[in-house]
Design a protein around this ligand. Structure first.
Ligand code: ZN
Length: 173
């Protein structure tokens, strides 16, 4: 396994629509393992392939946090149902470091996906897993959580992160 670099805003790749995975090759399995390692190290509870610079429809999630690890892998995930009931979580994103905002989303959803054995699966998610899945599937469609905020707030956050990035690149050794 290998750690990957996580790209951050305003990298234009984050706005691109990821392509479906056509075949679950050894390369794809390695990518998913690398994504898991990168997510745990960050640390985060979800990561889409595009965030490590690979615009393919693949997502890793583990919402267990401090408890025993429970990695979930989703290839070509598709949301097939969203509840009318909504819930609000304070969301952050590994591609928008240190910024958080309350985002309202459907409280539950159903997601169809392929597992590593190329088998079609479906899960019904609620609570944190539902929000996390929707956040990650958004990544595959070039959507970030800041896209749900007002233009003013969104621009403020992106400017702030870009500035932090500039500052952190200035090193003297
Ligand atoms: Zn994110």
């Amino acid at each position: 396994m290998a750690l990957k670099n996580i790209i951050t805003v305003p990298d234009p790749l984050l706005k691109s629509v990821s392509k479906p995975v056509n075949q679950i090759t050894g390369e794809i399995k390695k990518l998913l393992n690398d994504m898991l390692e990168t997510m745990y190290k960050a640390p985060g509870i979800g990561l889409a392939a595009v965030q490590v610079g690979v615009p393919l429809r693949a997502v890793v999630i583990d919402i267990s946090r401090d408890e025993e690890k429970n990695p979930l892998l989703f290839i070509n995930p598709k949301i097939t149902w969203r509840s009318e009931e909504t819930s609000i979580y304070e969301e952050g994103c590994l591609s928008i470091p240190n910024q958080f905002a309350e985002i309202e989303r459907p409280a539950s959803c159903k997601v169809e996906f392929l597992d590593l054995e190329d088998k079609k699966k479906e899960i019904k998610a609620s609570g944190l897993l539902s929000t996390c899945l929707q956040h990650e599937v958004d990544h595959l469609n070039g959507i970030l959580f800041v896209d749900y905020l007002s233009k003013l707030k969104k621009n403020y956050i992106i400017k702030k992160v870009s500035k932090q990035k500039k500052n952190s690149e200035k090193i003297v050794v």
